[in-house]
Design a protein. Structure first.
Length: 344
């Protein structure tokens, strides 16, 4: 059922790719994007086959990321999106939301204020998010990802690794993340430790993903550790705390950006312990030293929907995204490699 020709527009957000499938892409059945994600996992409308075609080599790579544009859940959003990576379909993606906001206003899908902020509302599997795209004279200034209600889950959860037992803090921001200090593993967040960071990120994720702490109290589809955030403190700046991280998500993928939803997960932890005040900004840097700026506001009481009564915040993560290419991908029926392969 997968189409043999798929058109995409590619962006990068702070170095992390995002491939937008806006023509000839699959639209799995479902009343909501969350339901469409479950259908996509089952390859309804050829969604999983198309994901493999676009994500795997030779058209993609082991760290590729993208999304299929879908109808929204209702008229309150401009469109929906199914996020995907080499291992499947994710529930949230902040860097993708930033890219989608810029794309939607670049193309005129959402009419853009050339000297102000345009809100692009997007339905994703974890709920409704927004990209606030700011322009001056028509040129992009920044785009801000406003996430779903986010909260801490647990602190100091012990996890055994090949480098000894460390403590992880778990939080939710559209997906569940485990945060661990890189120094506790004897590492720094730097490219020379790339391979070790991947290996340990995978160890921590798989050690925690079935634990009680990693089960979402209200929606089982959001359960499990999506990514491990290995972070280091850079001290405080004039505007607030400064940190660097690498997020190892799915099964060993590395986010080149500071990770949009992962930044939201850090914000939830830092807001809860008072490290990041409501009037402060987190400077969050990546393994390639690109940066997001993040703030938070209290979540409305109606959005404290995790079922455990936890106080929640709404993270807002700002960055930029730029178009890198437009593509028309084809699948030759005679191609013995078919939808490709992954070789890390």
């Amino acid at each position: 059922m997968m189409p043999t020709t798929i058109t995409t527009t590619d962006y990068h957000t702070a170095g992390e790719p995002f491939r937008i499938v806006h023509e000839n892409g699959p639209v799995p059945p479902g009343a909501t994007v969350g339901e469409r994600r479950i259908a996509a996992i089952a390859d309804a409308d050829g969604a999983d086959s198309a994901r493999r075609l676009l994500c795997q080599e030779p058209r993609g790579h082991a760290d590729m990321y993208g999304g299929f544009i879908t109808p929204p859940d209702d008229a309150g959003a401009h469109f929906g999106v199914l996020f995907w990576h080499k291992d499947g379909f994710s529930t949230a993606c902040g860097h993708g939301t930033i890219a989608l906001g810029v794309w939607a206003t670049d193309t005129g899908l959402v009419p853009s204020n050339p000297d102000g902020i345009t809100e692009v509302r997007i339905d994703v599997p974890s709920g409704r998010v927004a990209a606030l795209v700011e322009r001056s004279g028509g040129a992009l200034v920044r785009a801000t990802f406003r996430n779903v209600a986010s909260h801490e889950i647990a602190r100091g959860v012990e996890v055994s690794t090949s480098r000894g037992t460390v403590r992880a803090d778990l939080s939710f921001s559209g997906a569940i993340y485990a945060s661990v200090k890189a120094a506790d593993l004897g590492l720094t967040v730097s490219p020379e430790h790339y391979t070790e960071l991947i290996a340990l990120g995978r160890e921590i994720k798989w050690a925690l993903t079935e634990t009680p702490e990693a089960q979402h109290a209200a929606d089982a589809r959001l359960s499990g550790v999506y990514g491990t955030i290995l972070w280091e403190d850079l001290g405080r700046g004039e505007a607030g705390p400064r940190q660097r991280n690498v997020t190892v998500f799915a099964d060993g993928e590395v986010d080149r950006s500071p990770c949009g939803s992962g930044t939201g997960a850090r914000v939830a932890l830092l807001a809860a312990d008072g490290t990041l005040g409501e009037d402060e900004t987190l400077e969050h840097r990546s393994i390639i030293d690109t940066a997001f700026a993040a703030r938070w506001a209290p979540a409305p009481a109606s959005e404290h929907a995790d079922g455990a009564g936890r106080a929640a915040v709404i993270p807002e993560v700002s960055g930029t995204a730029y178009r890198t290419g437009e593509h028309r991908f084809v699948l030759d029926p005679a191609d013995a490699l078919g939808d490709g392969f992954v070789l890390r």
